[in-house]
Design a protein around this ligand. Structure first.
Ligand SMILES: C[S@@+](CC[C@H](N)C(=O)[O-])C[C@H]1O[C@@H](n2cnc3c(N)ncnc32)[C@H](O)[C@@H]1O
Ligand SMILES: [Zn+2]
Length: 275
């Protein structure tokens, strides 16, 4: 079956079979039992188990499955429907556990668009969950800085809270293709930061004109979450704060029964220019 993925050894298009991906030059890559494929060359593996670890992936899966970020998913679905046509090829770069990947796939399918989709992430643990969540989407363990995807093959790239690999996004997008870039707004999780830090700071909000792209628009998405205690720890573990919070802050958070917290996102919508 035709695949959106390319061979990480020779860059030829891969063919997807039930248990293996192969290229015309006889390079082969086994599919894991969940269906995802490992395409990360050994020299790009920065540690034994790169990407988010098992606990972070589990926490994010639980939290997102609770529907807290559904308003962001709805906004991404609307934008994806607006900016793609029939049979779109869509890449979720740094897709994690595939919450948004699966949501976009379902929306495009239900609308009769017949999408082809691929999710890429460094974390095997995350992709295991993603591949179980949606079988019709291809998932590959790879770095976003070396996307195993052909040049000019994708109609829309989604990057939600994951590393920005602009050169790669520009390479894989078709001219005129759309890039959705989700970043935290100034007051994203502000009340959580107030618990964790003595001097919390607001995220900077900036519109950067990236070379090779034109700005279409920025779509703000805001929601107020009522988060009970256990879910609060999951939320904490899926943020970058879990690496850099003083012990006192973590103790203050653990002592809470729950918290009302604002989630605020900005979806930057870019169009890839012609060459
Ligand atoms: C904050 S999570 C966001 C996941 C997903 N987009 C979401 O919003 O639920 C960031 C993801 O980027 C992945 N990641 C980090 N560095 C990466 C890289 N160089 N290449 C591919 N994925 C990477 C992590 O493994 C993690 O799954
Ligand atoms: Zn090959």
């Amino acid at each position: 079956m035709e695949s959106l993925l390319c061979c990480p050894v020779c860059t030829a298009p891969l063919d997807r079979e039930a248990k293996v991906y192969t290229c015309p030059n006889r390079h082969g890559f086994d599919r894991a039992k969940e269906g995802y494929v490992h395409l990360l060359p050994a020299n790009q593996m920065h540690s034994r188990n790169p990407g988010d670890d098992r606990e972070m992936a589990a926490a994010r899966t639980r939290f997102l499955s609770g529907g807290y970020y559904a308003p962001l998913l709805r906004a991404l679905e609307t934008l994806t429907l607006t900016h793609t046509r029939q049979a779109p090829a869509v890449l979720d770069s740094g897709c994690g556990e595939g919450y948004y990947t699966a949501g976009l796939y379902e929306t495009l399918s239900t609308a009769g668009r017949g999408p082809r989709m691929v999710g890429v992430d460094l974390s095997k643990m995350a992709l295991r969950r993603a591949a179980r969540r949606v079988h019709e989407v291809e998932f590959a363990v790879a770095s976003v800085y070396h996307l195993p995807v052909a040049a000019r093959s994708v109609d829309l790239v989604l990057n939600c809270f994951s590393p920005l690999a602009l050169d790669q996004f520009r390479r894989v997008l078709k001219p005129g293709g759309t890039f959705l870039y989700v970043v935290p707004a100034a007051e994203h999780l502000w009340q959580l930061k107030q618990v964790l830090y003595d001097h919390p700071y607001r995220n900077p909000e900036e519109n950067i004109p990236y070379e090779g792209f034109s700005y279409e628009t920025v779509v703000p998405v805001e929601t107020v979450l009522q988060v009970p205690g256990p879910d609060l720890m999951d939320l904490f573990h899926m943020t970058p704060y879990c690496w850099k919070t003083p012990k006192a802050g973590i103790e203050r958070l653990t002592a809470l029964d729950g918290l009302t917290v604002k989630a605020a996102f900005r979806i930057h919508v870019f169009r890839r220019g012609e060459d």
